[in-house]
Design a protein around this ligand. Sequence first.
Ligand SMILES: *Cc1c(COP(=O)(O)O)cnc(C)c1O
Length: 862
Amino acid sequence: MRALRRFTVRATLPEPLAALDDIAGNLRWAWHPPTRDLFAAIDPAGWRSVGQDPVRLLAQVSAPRLAELAGDPEFRLRLDAVHADLRRYLTEPRWYQTLPADAPVSIAYFSPEFGITETQPQYSGGLGILAGDHLKTASDLGVPIVAVGLLYRAGYFTQGLTADGWQTEQYPTVDPGQLPLRLLREASGAPVLIGVGLPEGRTLRAQVWQAYVGRVTLLLLDSDVPDNGPAERAVTDRLYGGGVDHRLVQEALLGIGGVRAVRAWCRVTGAPAPEVYHTNEGHAGFLGLERIRELVEPGELDFDAALRIVRAGTVFTTHTPVPAGIDRFPRETIERFFGGDNASPGMPADRILALGAETDPAVFNMAHMGLRLAQHANGVSALHGQVSREMFASLWPGFDVAEVPITSVTNGVHGGTWVSRPGLELAQRAGVDTSDSAAAEAPYETDAFARVAAMPAGDLWAVRRELRANLVAEVRRRLRASALRRGATEAELGWVADALDPDVLTIGFARRVPSYKRLTLMLADRARLQRLLTDTDRPVQVVVAGKAHPADDGGKRLIQEMVTFADDPRLRQRIVFLPDYDMRLARFLVAGCDVWLNNPQRPLEACGTSGMKSALNGGLNLSIRDGWWDELYDGRNGWAIPTAAGVGDPGRRDALEAGALYELLEQQVVPLFYARDEDGVPGGWVEAVRHTLTTLGPRVLADRMLTEYVDRLYRPAALASRRMTADGGAPGRELAEFAGRATAAWPAVAVEQVELDDRTAPALGAALRVRARVRLGRLTPAEVRVQVCTGALGEDGSDELTGVVTEPMRLVDGDPDAGYSYAADVPLTRAGAAGCTVRVLPAHPLLSRPTDLPLVRYPDQA
Ligand SMILES: *Cc1c(COP(=O)(O)O)cnc(C)c1O
């Protein structure tokens, strides 16, 4: 039908069942087992056929069945209990409510994708799943987050395969009427409409859907409204689809429109304005511009003062060290968008462009803008923090890499979403309170994992087998469906009934397919892999899944290579590629696989979270030491594939790392799995599972991650923001004035002379007197800090200091014309070759860190 408009007729629930609407309307059902069981009980077959989606279930359940349930006292008791539990969950004090009252009253969290449930395909991979887990955990812990995203009408694609293994893409039609979403409305009942200016005098409009993720509201902007022309209507069509201009408008809607949506939501619901803004990757970075505009437009503050205020309360999380993963625009695209007739008063285009400047003058870099607009920034694992400090060091010229103000908060995963049902039941048998109220009090420092690990080996092994068997059954269902879609007939599919074996060592590899993740590394030596798969006594089996970005033909070729290999009749019962990796398939895989394989090119995997999900279920990781595995591998909780990162030739590097992988499998993994005691239990394996549960379980939970965000980023950001916004923004103005003056004066700042008092050879334990002469130009001694940096010198003869210790120098005398002399007595605490240097930094009580104003002066290299 042309111009078909869709609508959904919702079943009217009989009065005694009205609470079902309420329960279906809150996405807590996505991770709350008793709620899921309640819906399943309405119609077990229907529940499966609608993909375990409560809203679709309620839309299709028959009137007689509803009448029957309405008259069933047992069902109604159960319904009331679930409903009461939801109300308790939504209102009772949680962990956050035990914090001091200065914790932020509200935090806005922006992300281009959210993976909350597979029934809402609004995510492509790890970034979105992480955002979903962030919200669910915020809900469990009572963290007052309001989240902002876009509602993609065609979401992310569903993956299929052609007969010869090429990826096909199908875009689902997302009908908001069939989702648990509620339109944000004015008091008058009219839908709230957000407007964002576009070049050439056009305006993009969007309505705002609210999704309830437990206690957290997620606002989703949707441009498919009658007020828009066809082009504007299509802005929120697909996640990561379209060209540069399309992406820019999407990101403008997310960042600028998103802030406006938050304002409207606060106005309509009476919620307090956020004090902290957290942007999950650079895509939502324009939110900072919008907040500057809000402050500049009334005329009291200029761009610089507003920038100081906005930065103080902004948190930016960078998620990738892969250059292709960094969001960039041609500079002129940005100029066109924010200049000309679409410019806002007080927002000069050159100032906006400067925020995204990078080494390539033709490029506007969203990550650079993110870092310049955020006083608080982090990477997503310890290693990624280090890599990010190196990667973005150019934004803080003159500072040591270690001083680059990017910290790290290692990702985590939401236990309620990723711990399997059998795992949860085992925990209950171990005496663990698995209700979410227990989790809220002591977020992750519980002994729950230790208790599970202390269960008898036979019990642990029985659960592992059950999970593997569930996976095998699901693989067979999916394999059959996929083979039929690829053109096979039922008559040819007898082999599927015996594909995989519930008692064979099962290795999982599932992730998106960018090249650095090396989907096909395991195929490097096919004969060797084949021997592993087809060993008669101790075989392994492999389950592979993953989507390539629709525009990535290279990734699709890798998938095709894998599919072709797995299609081989000699191997197809031991290695399978399952199309359409999504959260549902992920739950089967991370629970059922004994070994979770990850072989990225170190250090390109920022964190990786699927291995964490596996660990929560007692899976053992077999991975390159990259991302989270680099910091949490301890020699006993899995295996580290040695990396050949120093080898320049990528082909040779792959061959070396693949060889190491096969060797680990042959020498360690396979023997440990098949070494059985008289009861058929592999004792050594179960020990490793126990160790994984106790050491990794608490560390990989998103509760640990979120409490770190709150303590280390959100609370400091709120304090900094309050400090800057006091007095109508006077401190912001004062700091901006100082920043301007210091920047202008800086060329005249110089360290002219550094002298060491070396009349006696410096001895360990003694103090070394250091003097310096410094010129400050138009700055006064009160406006700078002079420091001496001491460190050890390596044996390579270079000037690089390690283990640098920085100490303040005191002003001895001087005046503006002659310059100033400074001195310090540096305690010598380490023997060996050492060096020191002196530097000058701007100082102001409102600067929270030296790097807040990236100005630093060392002695000239003479
Ligand atoms: C967890 C998850 C990811 C991210 O996993 P990585 O290990 O970071 O690659 C991607 N897709 C789905 C469906 C997931 O569940």
